[in-house]
Design a protein around this ligand. Sequence first.
Ligand SMILES: N[C@@H](CCC(=O)N[C@@H](CS)C(=O)NCC(=O)O)C(=O)O
Length: 216
Amino acid sequence: MHTLYSFRRCPYAMRGRMALSLMDTQIEVREILLRDKPAALLAVSPKGTVPVFITAEGQVIDESLDLVVWAIGENAPQWVKYGGLTEQKNYIEKFDQEFKPFLDAYKYDRRNAEHPATYYRDSALPWLDDLEQCLQNQDYLLGDVPQMQDIALMPFIRQFAFVDKQWFDAQPRPNLVRWLEAWLSNDLFTSIMTKYGQWEEGTRGEIWLTSADHHS
Ligand SMILES: N[C@@H](CCC(=O)N[C@@H](CS)C(=O)NCC(=O)O)C(=O)O
């Protein structure tokens, strides 16, 4: 069986779980706390980030985007039908590199930060503009059906929005607001937000039966 080390509230883990939920498989989920990482996790991936996925064959995948690509590449080609896998992956990589630092600086509003939180929020706006533009005439970022890119970005836009939901909902990007709202109640998202208790070393995690049918 596959194994997934996960943390419910981590956006990287969320995108991984969303992609995995497109498969028909069984996964042992080991829910961890970032401040109390199990030795077994660090033994397979010393860098100590989640998600970490170990295939039934023993392959370790410890980057969320690699996990998304693995899950979709093998099982769900329709999720990369616009632009193709490489093009979508390149966009996501750029998003991770450029948007995430602004998101963190905005969200955590660090006391020693050079600028106020709103400066970092506003620095991220060109990304929101780009997404808004994509969504002008279609329901999802690349067309009328959701793609890998939607799944990969959604947890981060969600986090950004919830720093100040009132501000997010009022900003002049109605299509992005609509896209996020639709994702928040989409079964593909709600179904991966199940709460699991913390995994204890030496025990079996929760068994997650994923079903592609569920989301087609
Ligand atoms: N590049 C990694 C980043 C994953 C990541 O940073 N996850 C955070 C949680 S959201 C983490 O595990 N941080 C380690 C820590 O806080 O100790 C990926 O895409 O999987």
